[in-house]
Write a protein of this length. Structure first.
Length: 293
């Protein structure tokens, strides 16, 4: 009887040692009844988590519950026969330049996309309404545009996005389903608050929540200097658009970007001469992304 007890005890500790080695640092010791199941030939152990991947189950329930469905103006179907298409986009508004941009666009009879930030003032709300009333598209560019705040984690990013969503829904009646990351989807300034893999993790959550995000394949370079030279803006757009059938043009809606306003009519005219027509972005539009999750 003593020999049998010793034999069973030896088998137990052998199972425990093997299972501890298999489960690693989980902190849970399997019982002898659990051990055979874990060691079954076809029972694969879970792969270690990849810090640059974030499944839908991995982020908080609050984010999942906040997922929304677009209820704004109907998206126009894609016209594959429309030839060359230019999507003018303006980041960082509304500002003192917004009405001037709207006036220029109206004069040329074209529509654009405004990736706006949070401006919870009477004037800010009025400008949101004027953008929407003129038939332009509104996109989310985060409420604060504060890199250190929004790029700490996917949760922090979405909290800021939802804050702007709520403001826009209260103001224009809907939440956008298009988004642009401050700095673009491949920016490195996000690494300081969130680590090198932060943009991939954030992009996964953005997609999981039903947004489409857009970078750009033509830069006006109006962000390369506090006030970029007018001719540099024009030349940058014209040269970068050559040979492309669809272009997403990055420009900025900022009080201090006076040369962007001066360049805009010329840019529009030159793109029209090159055979481009203008449209607004929506989830089904041509998409250019520097980084995909």
């Amino acid at each position: 009887m003593g020999e049998m007890r010793k034999k069973l005890r030896k088998q137990y500790f052998t199972w425990v040692s093997i299972c501890i080695a298999l489960v690693g640092c989980s902190g849970t010791h399997p019982t002898i009844e659990q051990a055979p199941k874990q060691l079954a030939p076809n029972h694969a152990l879970p792969a270690p988590p990849n810090p640059n991947r974030l499944s839908a189950e991995a982020y908080s329930e609050d984010l999942v519950e906040s997922r929304h469905f677009y209820t704004g103006p109907p998206h126009k179907p894609i016209d594959a026969s429309s030839g060359k298409t230019a999507f003018l986009t303006f980041d960082d508004g509304p500002s003192d330049s917004t009405r001037k941009i709207l006036r220029i666009l109206k004069n040329y009879g074209i529509k654009a996309t405004f990736f706006v930030v949070g401006s919870d003032t009477n004037e800010g709300r009025t400008l949101y309404r004027e953008i929407a009333a003129d038939g332009h598209a509104l996109g989310n560019h985060t409420f604060s545009h504060d890199y250190n705040r929004i790029y700490r984690s996917p949760e922090a990013f979405m909290k800021d996005v939802h804050k702007l969503d709520q403001l826009l829904e209260e103001t224009v009646g809907y939440r956008p389903d298009i988004l642009r990351f401050p700095g673009g989807s491949n920016n490195h300034l996000s690494w300081k608050p969130g680590g090198r893999g932060i943009m991939s993790r954030v992009a996964q959550v953005v997609k999981a929540e039903g947004y489409q995000y857009f970078d750009w394949n033509v830069s006006s370079t109006d962000a390369a200097a506090p006030v970029q030279e007018r001719d540099m803006i024009i030349d940058s757009v014209v040269s970068a658009s050559r040979g492309k059938k669809s272009i997403i043009v990055l420009m900025h809606d900022s009080t201090y970007k006076t040369t962007t306003l001066e360049a805009l009519p010329v840019v529009i005219g030159k793109l029209q001469s090159a055979g481009f027509h203008f449209d607004t972005l929506n989830r089904s539009s041509f998409t250019f992304q520097f980084m995909t999750p």
